[in-house]
Ligand binder design. Structure first.
Ligand SMILES: *[C@@H]1O[C@H](CO)[C@@H](O)[C@H](O)[C@H]1NC(C)=O
Ligand SMILES: *[C@@H]1O[C@H](CO)[C@@H](O)[C@H](O)[C@H]1NC(C)=O
Ligand SMILES: *[C@@H]1O[C@H](CO)[C@@H](O)[C@H](O)[C@H]1NC(C)=O
Ligand SMILES: CC(=O)N[C@H]1CO[C@H](CO)[C@@H](O)[C@@H]1O
Length: 258
């Protein structure tokens, strides 16, 4: 472990003077650090993209795939962030998915996926809660109250998820295909469940694509915090600007299966 300097953060009402203290390089106890602390190897705030931690239960084969999957997740989130930085609420995609409301919330959420500190969150490949073994069709799950910062990726994910460069191919359209078609979209959803990334702010309000569109029109203040709205937005933008420039693969909203 690298030696670290912990800086107390001026947080909320309990503002306190900045005070630096040394943490022994052998101590890895996150619990010994106040939850309002930030870790940094230098005095300035970290700016590089931190890696998503992959648990040792993932063997080399799985770990190599997960590393690439997380790179794509960060790429998708980064692109969504940059699109919002450039166009803000005037983006037609922001209008479509967030109702033209302020985009500062989605901007913050995508920024956190792209570059928030990863804390002690982890993605594991064993099956501690036995959901992979017992729940038909589960390809992974957030561990919830059993371990809020942990996510399990079941073997099934490794046979089902597509790479982002297949976006707009194989019959995929944003409107008519599942949000978990790709590693990047599936993992975006999984990071939204982890409080280290989402600060518990992202939830499921809409049930399907039609509801996502309806919500943007009626209660856009919810859309900005809706897991599926955020995923559809990021995918639609990436399809239009990267996968099939100027064309995209939004799909026909009227064909959406209920
Ligand atoms: C991980 O971090 C969270 C939040 O900072 C803390 O509540 C939890 O105890 C930590 N878990 C471990 C295993 O260190
Ligand atoms: C890693 O685990 C997967 C899934 O359990 C397995 O199919 C694969 O053979 C393992 N790879 C190595 C190098 O052990
Ligand atoms: C938490 O652990 C219990 C006991 O092993 C298990 O029954 C439950 O399904 C787990 N919760 C989740 C969200 O996996
Ligand atoms: C925070 C904010 O701007 N909320 C607005 C989002 O859009 C709806 C509908 O136009 C407004 O009623 C909210 O005030």
């Amino acid at each position: 472990m690298r030696s670290s300097i912990f800086l107390s953060l001026l947080a909320g009402a309990a503002a306190s003077p900045l005070a630096a203290r040394q943490e022994s390089s052998t101590s890895t106890s996150a619990a010994s650090v106040a939850s309002t602390s930030i870790e940094s190897t230098t005095v300035s705030l970290p700016t590089a993209t931190p890696l998503f931690p992959i648990h040792k239960s993932c063997n080399s084969t799985l770990s190599r795939q997960l590393s690439r999957a997380f790179e794509e997740t960060v790429e998708l989130a980064t692109h969504a962030r940059d699109h919002l930085l450039k166009y803000g609420a005037s983006s037609p995609f922001a209008k479509k998915y967030f109702g033209g409301n302020t985009t500062v919330t989605p901007l913050g959420i995508f920024s956190r996926v792209a570059s928030a500190d990863r804390g002690n969150m982890t993605f594991r490949c064993d099956d501690p809660d036995k959901n992979c073994a017992t729940q038909e069709g589960w390809a992974g799950h957030w561990r919830g109250t059993n371990a809020t910062q942990e996510t399990v990726i079941c073997d099934l994910s490794f046979t089902k998820r597509r790479w982002l460069d297949s976006l707009c191919g194989l019959g995929y359209t944003v409107a008519n295909s599942p949000t978990n078609t790709f590693w990047a979209t599936d993992l975006l959803h999984r990071t939204f469940h982890v409080p280290q990334i989402s600060e518990d702010a992202v939830h499921h309000y809409a049930e399907d694509f039609a509801e996502v569109l309806e919500m943007a029109k009626t209660t856009p203040e919810k859309s900005a915090f809706d897991s599926d709205s955020l995923i559809y937005f990021a995918t639609d933008v990436y399809a239009y600007e990267v996968a099939a420039p100027g064309v995209g693969c939004s799909g026909d909203e009227d064909d959406v299966e209920e």
